[in-house]
Design a protein around this ligand. Structure first.
Ligand SMILES: Cc1cc2nc3c(=O)[nH]c(=O)nc-3n(C[C@H](O)[C@H](O)[C@H](O)COP(=O)(O)OP(=O)(O)OC[C@H]3O[C@@H](n4cnc5c(N)ncnc54)[C@H](O)[C@@H]3O)c2cc1C
Length: 364
């Protein structure tokens, strides 16, 4: 019989990767706790909710059914910012989903499967005994300390800024770059089409319109001044698209310069710590959720067989590298690394064939 605050698995961070790890581990019968520093799951929402096409994304969509609004992306277009000329297009556009609601749904299902979720609970420190992590200390009066056997670090991109990935020596500290993510109304965009603009000019480069519905889309941009400058210009297609647009919602986001965007750190585990999602140097919602899923599977078999050795947990990294590792979330260098976005989408679909999401439980 386990004491209170004594878990099989402790998950640090309730983003998509952490929530999915908790769901899989709890469904497999483990005693799981998730600690999330914010007061809500899914918020702040910096992410437009684009899910790359693959079996996992298809099964997530059919599992959530009508619980979370989503739309199919008919086409992913890549164009020149200045002329608007098409560079390439792909019908492997995936889905656009309300990612904040998806995250809440995954977290709710994890709780339903028995996981404990503690919001407004920041993990401040890992507690060690003879080198191994045995527990965490938090900033919460409700649960200031908890013990566990396996620790899943899912603390997101900041892990590589000043979080656990840096503290554990998985990577050098990266420079944190803040930016804004707008949900825009009255933009010149078409439902079901993602338009992605490239240019040699930084203001116009990698401007991507994630269109959730007619005239409304997400756009990421470094600052409000940059958005205003973009609106004023007349010499390019991106500016024309946002000429009459106004923000319905504004969120902040951070990116960290550590390593290549989406490139996994050399190690994604250490002793009894497993790193998932952005905290492992990866990126992408689906990539993170699949990593969480793998971490949950490996943690469950390791605990059930009473072997939580580093060697045993290395199975997790092997699973990641032999699948996702063939087509990581190299959004900013997809054309350089794969020749085209379309090639990247195909490689990703192929590399993750057969990996399915857990069926969610809507029986009551
Ligand atoms: C502007 C922008 C747009 C993007 N668009 C897309 C997209 O359309 N599609 C896509 O696939 N990917 C996209 N990405 C990438 C995607 O958002 C990330 O890869 C994804 O959020 C990673 O999920 P995660 O669970 O690893 O981390 P996160 O979502 O960052 O979650 C980490 C969680 O850990 C919590 N946390 C951190 N430290 C602690 C601590 N010490 N104690 C407790 N809690 C802690 C944080 O509060 C956070 O909730 C985008 C990224 C950005 C910045």
């Amino acid at each position: 019989m386990k004491a209170m605050n004594d878990f099989d698995v402790i998950v640090i961070g309730g983003g998509p990767a952490g929530c999915y790890a908790a769901l899989t581990a709890a469904k497999k019968g483990l005693r799981v706790a998730v600690f999330e520093e914010h007061g809500a799951i899914g918020w702040p929402r910096h992410d437009p909710g684009w899910l790359m096409d693959c079996d996992f994304a298809n099964s997530i969509i059919s599992a959530v059914g009508k619980a979370v609004p989503w739309s199919r992306v008919k086409e992913y277009r890549v164009c020149h910012s200045e002329s608007g000329d098409l560079i390439e297009k792909s019908t492997l556009g995936g889905y656009l989903i309300r990612r904040d609601l998806l995250e809440k749904e995954i977290a709710a299902q994890a709780v339903r499967a028995g996981a404990e979720l503690h919001i407004k609970t920041r993990v401040e420190r890992l507690v060690r005994k003879e080198g191994r992590v045995v527990g965490v200390e938090t900033n919460s009066n409700v649960i200031p300390r908890a013990e566990g056997q396996i620790f899943i670090c899912a603390d997101g991109i900041r892990s590589a800024g000043n979080g656990f990935a840096v503290a554990e020596g998985l990577c050098d500290p990266g420079e944190v770059r803040p930016g804004l993510s707008y949900l825009l109304a009255d933009a010149d965009v078409s439902a079901g089409i993602i338009e992605h603009f490239l240019s040699s000019e930084p203001l116009l480069n990698y401007r991507c319109f994630f269109t959730h519905r007619q005239d409304a889309c997400f756009l990421g941009i470094p600052s409000y001044a940059a958005f205003n400058e973009l609106k004023k210009r007349e010499d390019n297609v991106v500016s024309r698209k946002v000429k009459n647009a106004y923000p319905l919602e504004v969120c902040g986001y951070t990116r960290v310069s550590s390593a290549k965007y989406g490139k996994y750190f050399r190690n994604m585990f250490m002793h009894n710590l497993i790193f998932v999602g952005d905290a492992s140097g990866g990126s992408g919602n689906i990539h993170g959720m699949i990593q969480g899923h793998f971490a949950g599977i490996v943690a469950a078999s390791a605990i059930k067989e009473n072997d939580v050795s580093e060697e045993r947990l290395s199975e997790y990294q092997n699973l990641v590298l032999s699948t996702l590792g063939k087509a990581p979330f190299f959004w900013f260098s997809a054309r350089e690394d794969f020749g085209s976005f379309n090639n990247w989408f195909h490689e990703f679909e192929e590399a993750t064939k057969g990996i399915k999401a857990i069926e969610l439980d809507y029986s009551k």
